[in-house]
Design a binder for this molecule. Structure first.
Ligand code: NAD
Length: 381
């Protein structure tokens, strides 16, 4: 899928070794599980698409459902909405979901009796993630939940416990973990291509319009850190495999007149320090269209993902070198990363594998977010 690639042979060799090791580990895990099924049932079961109910039919659920429609592994089989007669009918027709599989928030628990619904995708305001994850788990359904996982680490723990007790899978929808461009950055770092990481720089933001749940603390739980600052924070944790131990943060609000920021900061700059000594300096905002990027500075080179957090066109380059990586995702479909994450989760459901972004990953981000807001002097929760 890579276009405009100019990858030195040593980089390529290291990547190939890593990819084949990864593929081998994945294959052996699924083949162990497959061996437990009778032979005739193995291929039919493995190929049956996993049925998802989309919970909350807003912007992100719309993209997720489109991703499922383009996949052989995932299928929209249920809808949960406060507007069954309008949105429910419209999406029902689009994805061939019968009226009997359209639920409201009040009738949600009845998904328990619907065998076509094996999993839910939660695309609700942040403060509703915990309740609907717990209710879905109690109904015996696997849960793919949008980021941020919840509005506090205590809620994240409740969600993990509920899914464990019910024996269902829980995955947080960190879509870039499934994007080949980001995976290439991870492989290059692991292969030692840029040496020991020293520091990260990153940012993400947009100019938020008024009158939306994101600006209401009760629904959002916090400001732009919960929504967009979480991207570079999560990726630094992912790429280092470390958990940050110290934090600084500076919140600021320049717009004091529109009323948009009555309940949260407009902009937040923050730093994190990992146990190895790696540091990260990040910015996020609801006050400007701040393009998402991540720079990873190593002792032997710098990688830059820019754009890093768009739905399409993610771009990885090596900075300051004549020979290096230059890979841009050629994908133009907004739902590409959502299709990949849905397929990963479907694979986990079918093979009993653990998602690569389980609930624990969301919990660790919330723990870091709580520490950052505490350092900012504006604790959440
Ligand atoms: P949205 O406002 O477009 O959709 C939210 C949905 O929840 C709507 O259908 C709305 O009707 C419903 N809803 C139910 N109860 C509500 C209430 N009390 N108040 C407001 N809406 C209510 O939001 P969105 O942009 O789709 O975000 C939903 C979730 O997805 C958030 O957690 C957000 O952080 C996450 N998200 C993820 C990505 C990503 O790239 N992974 C991108 C955007 C949003």
């Amino acid at each position: 899928m890579a276009s405009r690639q100019r990858v030195p042979d040593t980089f390529k060799l290291r990547c190939m070794r890593l990819i084949s090791r990864r593929a081998f580990v994945g294959m052996s895990a699924s083949s162990v599980v497959a061996a437990r099924l009778p032979l005739f049932a193995q291929s039919a079961e493995a190929e049956r698409p996993v049925g998802f109910a989309a919970v909350g039919l807003g912007t992100i659920s719309n993209i997720f459902m489109h991703g499922c429609a383009g996949s052989q592994a995932a299928k929209v089989t249920g809808l949960v909405t406060g507007h069954p007669d309008t949105k429910g009918k419209r999406y029902g027709q689009l994805y061939s979901v019968p009226d009997t599989s359209v639920y409201t928030y009040e009738t949600f628990d009845r998904i328990r009796d619907n065998k076509e619904i094996e999993a839910v995708y939660i695309g609700l305001p942040n403060s509703m993630h915990c309740e609907y994850t717990v209710r879905a788990a109690q109904a015996g359904k696997h849960v793919l939940c949008e980021k941020p996982m919840a509005i506090s680490s205590a809620e994240c723990r409740r969600m993990i416990d509920a899914c464990k007790s019910a024996g269902v899978k829980l995955m947080i929808a960190y879509r870039v973990h499934y994007d080949p461009t980001h995976l290439q950055a991870q492989q290059l770092i692991r292969s030692g291509a840029i040496g020991e990481i020293q520091a990260f720089e990153g940012a993400f933001g947009f100019n938020a319009g008024p009158n939306q749940w994101r600006l209401v603390r009760k629904l959002a739980g916090g400001g732009s850190l919960m929504d967009v600052g979480i991207y570079p924070l999560n990726e630094a944790r992912w790429l280092t495999g470390e958990e940050p131990v110290s934090f600084t943060a500076v919140p600021t609000t320049r717009d004091k007149t529109s009323g948009r920021f009555a309940e949260m900061e407009q902009t937040l700059d923050f730093t994190v320090k990992f146990p190895s000594g790696i540091v990260g300096a990040f910015a996020c905002t609801y006050g400007a269209d701040m393009p998402g990027f991540l720079r990873i500075h190593g002792e032997r080179g710098t990688l830059e993902l820019n754009p890093a957090y768009n739905y399409t066109g993610t771009h990885l380059v090596t900075l300051g070198r004549r020979q290096g990586v230059d890979t841009q995702s050629p994908e133009s479909d907004n739902s590409y990363q959502f299709k990949l994450e849905a397929e990963h989760f479907a694979h986990c459901v079918r093979t009993q594998a653990e998602p690569t972004t389980p609930g624990e990953e969301g919990l660790k981000d919330l723990m870091a977010i709580e520490s950052i807001y505490k350092a900012a002097g504006t604790p959440i929760g």
